[in-house]
Design a protein around this ligand. Structure first.
Ligand code: NAD
Length: 346
């Protein structure tokens, strides 16, 4: 079988993990090249992964004939231009969230992929986490009855480095809570219509210079009347804590564990155990699964499971939360979603 040639754009925290996964753990794919405006960083990763090619731009990456698809993990404000360049070159696209920072930007990204007849998948990897996938399956099977309340928290042990904010990877709601907003839609099988958000820079004063929040809470109302709440926090100090609950009319589901291994010490001092400390640990399997699925979808000419439309709807919730927090009011979520082609036309 011919392997799909992949290139990775952006070799920071996320791009490096994607490149490592593609290099050795994604059947059907071959890592051809990595690219980053930091050419030395790209060279270092290429050397570490023993691949021949590294580049300084998306343009150089997509010029390559041996690349069929790109994984975009550059800072969020560069996603749209990278998607457009990749689509113009006829490359299939896996893009990290958020697909763009505005709804117009997302529409342009979707349109670019549509016109180029390439597949576009977005990095809402939690859908590929075994626990979340199982929860979704059970909800689909009707085990909890009608979903009534959605509750989800996402706490980082510590905030991303300041360089992450300098490069413009988006605000708390667009960068972090957006994962929960995607889960809210996916697990509740409904759309969010209203949000009311509060937030502050309460624990990490160094984020004030970027006008960034480190804590946010967002109340949600769904179109069929269900309700929800999302909390995001950048500095728990104790670990990476991801927890989601879906309360249904018949049963309740809980997804989340703080403990990384089953190892626990019980002593006179109390009970201690290890904790998951980072998203790259908690979601290691999910990051791998999403890329495997992307490659399989391209190879089998199948629609992606996480689409540009999903990216648009989650972003619409995040933007509404941003506005609600700024203006201290309940905000309606922009309702109309563009339709998009889900299958590349060969
Ligand atoms: N799905 C997830 O769980 C998850 C987790 C973390 C980050 N992300 C997303 O991944 C993206 C990258 O985040 P990160 O944490 O890896 O950031 P990072 O700051 O660690 O890395 C970004 C990299 O992109 C490079 N870069 C800057 N401008 C560029 C450009 N114009 N073209 C190409 N490369 C460029 C930088 O030199 C750096 O190496 C963001 O969009 C972020 O939202 C997703």
């Amino acid at each position: 079988m011919t392997k799909l040639g992949l290139g990775v754009l952006g070799v920071g925290r996320m791009g490096q993990r994607h490149a490592e996964n593609i290099q050795s753990l994604v059947p059907g794919a071959r890592l051809i090249a990595v690219a980053d405006v930091d050419l030395d960083g790209a060279r270092r990763l290429a050397n570490a992964l023993e691949i021949e090619h590294h580049h300084a731009s998306i343009e150089a990456l997509v010029e390559r004939k041996d690349i069929d698809a790109v994984v975009i993990a550059s800072p969020s404000r560069f996603h749209l231009s990278a998607v457009q360049a990749a689509a113009a070159a006829g490359k299939h696209i896996f893009c990290e969230k958020p697909l763009a920072l505005t709804l117009e930007g997302v529409d342009q990204a979707i349109l670019a992929a549509y016109e180029a007849k390439v597949l576009l998948q977005v990095g809402f990897m939690r859908r590929y986490d075994p626990a979340y996938a199982e929860a979704h399956k059970r909800i689909e099977a009707g085990e909890i009855g009608a979903p009534i309340i959605f509750r989800s928290i996402g706490r980082d042990r510590e905030p991303p480095p300041l360089s992450f904010y300098e490069s413009g990877s988006g605000t708390l709601f667009l960068d972090s809570s957006i994962h929960e907003f995607d889960l809210a839609r996916w697990l509740m099988k409904d759309e969010v219509v209203d949000v009311h958000a509060f937030g502050g820079t309460l624990a990490c004063p160094e984020l004030s210079q970027f006008g960034e929040l480190d804590a946010g809470t967002v109340n949600l109302r769904f179109s069929r009347g269900a309700i929800g709440n999302v909390e995001s926090f950048r500095q728990s100090r104790y670990g990476y804590d991801i927890y989601t609950e879906v309360v249904g009319s018949k049963a309740t589901l809980r997804i989340g564990y703080l403990q990384q291994t089953g190892f626990t010490i019980l002593s006179g001092e109390g009970v201690t155990h290890d904790v998951v400390d980072h998203f790259l640990v908690r979601f290691a399997q999910a990051y791998l699964n999403e890329l495997r699925d992307f490659v399989q979808s391209v190879l089998s000419d199948s629609p992606p499971k996480v689409t540009g439309d999903d990216a648009r709807r989650a972003l619409a919730i995040a933007l509404a939360a941003d506005r609600s927090c700024r203006d201290s009011c309940t905000v309606q979520v922009a309702s109309q979603a563009r339709t998009e082609p889900v299958r590349p036309v060969s």
